[in-house]
Design a protein around this ligand. Structure first.
Ligand code: NAP
Length: 317
C-alpha cells in the first residue's frame, strides 16, 4: 500500500479534527490527522471550559491533551505537517500538498482547520503586535501584571478573556462598538459583576499608539458623536472574531459571505468527498460541543462515502 495514501484525511487537530480522527479510525479506515502545531486548536487559547458536558470545569490545555490522547487511540496517525493545498482529482480522491515533502492522497477529506483571529486593521496594530497587542489572553496575560489593559470586542471571547485578564491587570476596559453585547447573557453578567472591569461602549479603536517600544494608549472614537479620546493602556487584547481557514481547496467550495463553508446535513461541502466541521463551517454558534458533534457526523458520512462511493469505483478499475 502507498504509505502516503489514506482513506480519510483530517485537516487540523482542534476538537473537531480530533473527534473526526477518532471516529474514522474506530470505523477501521486508514486515517491521518494533519496538524502543523500541537493538537488542541482553540482549546489551547482558552483558560477554562465550563460548558462541555461531563466536565464542570476543565482547563483548555487539559481537555486538549485528553482529546489528543483519545483521538489516536484507535489507530489514527498524527502527521506533523502544514497542509498548503487540497486538490480534488479528476478520477475521485484528493491530493494533499504539504509545506515540506511529497504530497499525500486521500479518498475523503474532512476539513477541520479552524480559523485565525480577525484583525482590527488600524494603524499601530501590526507594528505593536507582540509588544502590547495580543490575540491570546492565556498566552500573554501574565506579562501585564498591574497594568491597565483594553479588550476589544463584545462577543463571548472578548468578555470571557476580559474577566480572565483581571487576575493580572489592575483594570480592564472592554471597548465595544455597540451598547449591546453579542456574548451570552451569563457571560455578560459575569463581566458586569467584576469590579476590575470597565466598559467603553459605542467606541471604536482608531489607532494603537506607542512609544516606539510598547503600546501606551488607544485612540478611541465615539461612534455617536465622532469625538475622539485617548485611553492610556499598557496593552490591548483583540477578540473580534475569527477568519476561517477555508482557502485550502484548489476548487470552488460553496461558502457564506464571511467565507465559512456551507455543508449539507452530513457535513459534506459542495465538493464530493470533502467534508467540513468546526470553526470552518457556517453555523449558528461555534462551541466545542457543536464542533465535536458535527465532526462525528462528518466522520461517519466520510466513512460511508469511502465505502459506498470510492471503493466500488476503485474496484471497477
Ligand atoms: P463573535 O461572537 O463573532 O464576536 C465578535 C465581536 O467582535 C462582536 O461583538 C463584534 O461586534 C466585534 N467586532 C467584529 N469586528 C469588529 C471590528 N472590526 N471592530 C470592532 N469590533 C468588531 O466572536 P467570538 O467572541 O470570537 O466568538 C466566536 C464564536 O465562539 C461564537 O460563536 C462564540 O459563541 C463562541 N465562543 C463561545 C464561548 C463560550 O461559550 N464559552 C467562548 C468563546 C467563544 P458586533 O457585536 O457589533 O458585531
Amino acid at each position: 500500500m502507498d504509505d502516503q495514501h489514506y482513506e480519510i484525511a483530517v485537516i487540523g487537530a482542534g476538537p473537531a479534527g480530533m473527534t473526526a480522527a477518532m471516529y474514522a479510525a474506530r470505523a477501521l479506515k486508514r486515517t491521518a490527522l494533519f496538524e502543523a502545531k500541537v493538537p488542541g486548536g482553540e482549546l489551547l487559547n482558552t483558560e477554562l471550559i465550563e460548558d462541555y458536558p461531563g466536565f464542570e470545569s476543565i482547563t483548555g490545555a487539559e481537555l486538549a491533551q485528553r482529546m489528543a490522547d483519545h483521538s489516536l487511540r484507535f489507530g489514527a496517525e498524527l502527521v506533523s505537517a502544514r497542509v498548503t493545498r487540497i486538490v480534488p482529482l479528476a478520477g475521485g480522491g484528493h491530493r494533499i500538498e504539504v509545506e515540506e515533502g511529497p504530497p499525500y492522497s486521500a479518498d475523503a477529506v474532512i476539513i477541520t482547520a479552524g480559523g485565525e483571529p480577525r484583525k482590527l486593521e488600524v494603524p499601530g496594530e501590526l507594528a505593536y503586535a507582540g509588544r502590547g497587542v495580543s490575540y491570546c489572553a492565556i498566552c500573554d496575560g501574565a506579562f501585564f501584571r498591574g497594568e491597565h489593559l483594553a479588550v476589544v470586542g463584545g462577543g463571548d471571547a472578548a468578555l470571557e478573556e476580559a474577566v480572565f485578564l483581571t487576575r493580572y491587570a489592575s483594570k480592564v476596559t472592554v471597548v465595544h462598538r455597540r451598547e449591546q453585547f453579542r456574548a451570552q447573557p451569563v457571560v455578560v453578567a459575569r463581566a458586569r459583576a467584576n469590579p476590575k472591569l470597565g466598559f467603553a461602549l459605542n467606541r471604536v479603536v482608531e489607532e494603537v499608539q506607542g512609544d516606539g517600544q510598547r503600546v501606551t494608549a488607544l485612540r478611541l472614537r465615539d461612534v455617536g458623536t465622532g469625538a475622539e479620546e485617548p485611553l492610556a493602556v499598557g496593552g490591548v487584547f483583540i477578540f473580534i472574531g475569527f477568519l476561517p481557514n477555508t482557502g485550502l481547496v484548489a476548487a470552488h467550495v460553496d461558502h457564506d459571505a464571511q467565507g465559512y463553508y456551507r455543508t449539507d446535513e452530513v457535513m459534506q461541502t459542495s465538493v464530493a468527498g470533502i467534508f467540513a466541521a468546526g470553526d470552518v463551517r457556517a453555523q449558528l454558534t461555534r462551541q466545542v460541543t457543536t464542533a465535536v458533534g458535527d465532526a462525528t457526523t462528518a466522520a461517519v458520512a466520510a466513512t460511508k462515502y469511502v465505502e459506498e462511493e470510492r471503493a466500488p469505483r476503485a474496484a471497477a478499475g
